[in-house]
Ligand binder design. Structure first.
Ligand code: ZN
Length: 215
């Protein structure tokens, strides 16, 4: 059984994992690839019960890894991962732990910038993102922390859709600690436009809930 299979099943049940075989549409990813699967985890937090459950799983894993008392700040990327950060604060409260502060970075050119928050040497940070694909967001948020002089305790993605477990991607000398709650590798379900079997079958292509092309 894959890591976090129960969480994946739960996300499917909560309609946050869309599958072309069920929806009759396939999906354009930020990477430009066409995909059979679209994970809309940010939408899970629109439903209080679902978001509450996901944040509870996140807290359990953070606690299991011994990190729960080691950081005082959560850093996320605006906009999609902000509700995850807030839900995680409430999860701490439910477990009678002092909730960490929350800061979010916003897209700025190729990277991210802290426009509304300041971090410094007093901040021990857990970086949190919803979906890990290439690692671009986690890397950008890590750099934000370095620039601000904040200490990064760890980096968490709820779902890792890359082929490798996050821990395996760490360079031992880097001092970085990455983990995911669930692994859901999708390499066999993503294609360039020219090789896409769904385009071949004229299945509509969708980006972020909007239909953009009909073949
Ligand atoms: Zn396609």
């Amino acid at each position: 059984m894959r890591k976090g299979q129960e969480l994946i099943d739960f996300c499917r049940w909560a309609d946050t994992i869309l599958d072309a075989e069920e929806t009759g549409e396939h999906y354009l990813l930020a990477s430009g690839l066409h995909s059979r699967i679209h994970i809309q985890l940010s939408r899970a937090f629109g439903n209080f019960t679902v978001g509450h459950a996901i944040a509870g799983v996140a807290f359990e894993e953070i606690d299991r890894l011994g990190l729960a008392g080691n950081f005082n700040t959560i850093l996320t990327a605006a906009i999609g991962a902000i509700p995850l950060g807030v839900a995680l604060q409430y999860a701490f409260l439910r477990m009678h732990k002092i909730p960490p502060d929350l800061a979010y970075a916003e897209k700025s050119g190729e990277g991210y910038a802290l426009n509304r928050f300041t971090l410094g040497s007093s901040n021990a940070v857990l970086i949190v993102d919803d979906i890990h694909t290439t690692g671009k967001t986690l890397n950008a948020l890590y750099e934000v922390c370095l620039w601000q002089g904040a200490y990064v305790v760890g980096e968490m993605a709820v779902i890792n859709r890359g082929a490798m477990p996050l821990m395996a991607l760490e360079k031992p000398a880097s001092g970085r600690f990455k983990f995911s709650l669930a692994d859901y590798p999708l390499a066999d379900n993503e294609w360039n436009k020219d090789q896409c079997p769904y385009c071949l079958r004229r299945v509509p292509l969708v980006k972020d809930g909007g239909r953009i092309e009909v073949f």
